[in-house]
Structure formats: C-alpha cells, structure tokens
Design a protein around this ligand. Structure first.
Ligand code: FES
Ligand code: FES
Length: 170
C-alpha cells in the first residue's frame, strides 16, 4: 500500500492506495467523487476524463500513485454553488447532452481545450472531441456548446489556465 496526498478540487486529500489502484477508482470509491464515469475502462470512451495539473487525462489510464502530490479537478469542482462553469452552462443551453453519461468527461475535455485554444475553430473542437464517445447527441450540439463556451470565456478574459478560469468563472 502507498500513502498519497493530492489536491482534489482545491482540497488536500490523503489516501491509502494499492500499486494497481486507478485514479478513477480512487476518485469514485475512495473519495466518493462519482462524476468521473467508467464507460470502457480501456481508455477509449473518455467518460472518466479529469484534469491532472490542469491537463485532461483519462483517469482509467492513470494510476492513483501517479497523482501523488498533484492537482486533480473533477466535474464536481467546476460549479460555484448553483452557478455552472461556462462549459457546463453552454452544454445545457445548446442541448449538448441527453443521458449525460459522457458529459462530465466531455466538460473537462472542453475546459482543457478552451484553455489551450481560447478561440477554436469548429474543426479544432471536433478534433478535441476525438476520444469522447457520445451515443446520444450526434455531437453537433456539443460542438455548438464548445463554441458558445469559448465566446463566454473570452468575454470574461480567463485565458491563463484552468485554475484561474475556475476561480474567476466557475
Ligand atoms: Fe476511461 Fe472509458 S472509462 S476512457
Ligand atoms: Fe448520452 Fe453522451 S449524452 S452518451
């Protein structure tokens, strides 16, 4: 067993994990943060996507011990009270979700994209959605939501990375 300490959604957390414990298992079972979903467990569907030190990763392909000393952001860490993060708000406004299973992972993937590409083209959004499988929406509404969120984020000037963006816009 390993004792690890990480910062999850701004809160310092300590956990005992095995060599083989996946980050998604730690989040869901150890820390009771069930927003990261398990759709495939083989790094294909994107439902388990979280931010690790600000970059989107599939948490089913990261060992919990690899997150030791690092920052993790899950979908639970985005909204401020009842105020949704602009990516969440845009997905809601543009009807970018139906069953919602893929949505938490998509949200974190789009947050990462919009930090790297504040003014993405439709093609860049579509490329960023590679690796996020959605069986419901047909993707067009997700693309529309990403472009809407990008505009909202640009208008509020948050371009300095996920943490400032979350602090100022979430
Ligand atoms: Fe991780 Fe599908 S559960 S990519
Ligand atoms: Fe159902 Fe994407 S909204 S899988």
């Amino acid at each position: 067993m390993h004792r690890i300490t990480l910062t999850v959604n701004g809160r310092r957390r300590t956990a005992e994990v095995e060599d083989r414990t996946l980050l998604v298992e730690l989040l869901r079972e150890g820390l009771r943060l069930t927003g990261a979903h398990i759709g495939c467990d083989t790094a294909q569907c994107g439902a388990c996507t979280v931010l690790l030190d600000g970059h989107a990763v599939k948490s089913c392909s990261v060992l919990a011990v690899q997150a030791d000393g690092r920052r993790v952001t899950t979908v639970e860490g985005l909204a401020k009270g009842k105020r949704l993060h602009p990516v969440q708000a845009a997905l809601k406004a543009e009807h970018g979700l139906q069953c919602g299973f893929c949505t938490p992972g998509l949200v974190l993937g789009l947050v990462d994209l919009l930090v790297e590409q504040p003014d993405p083209t439709t093609e860049q959004v579509r490329a960023a959605l590679d690796g996020h499988l959605c069986r419901c929406t047909g993707y067009q509404h997700i693309v529309d939501a990403a472009l809407t969120a990008a505009k909202a984020l640009r208008e509020t000037g948050a371009r300095e990375g996920p943490e400032p963006a979350l602090r100022e816009l979430g």
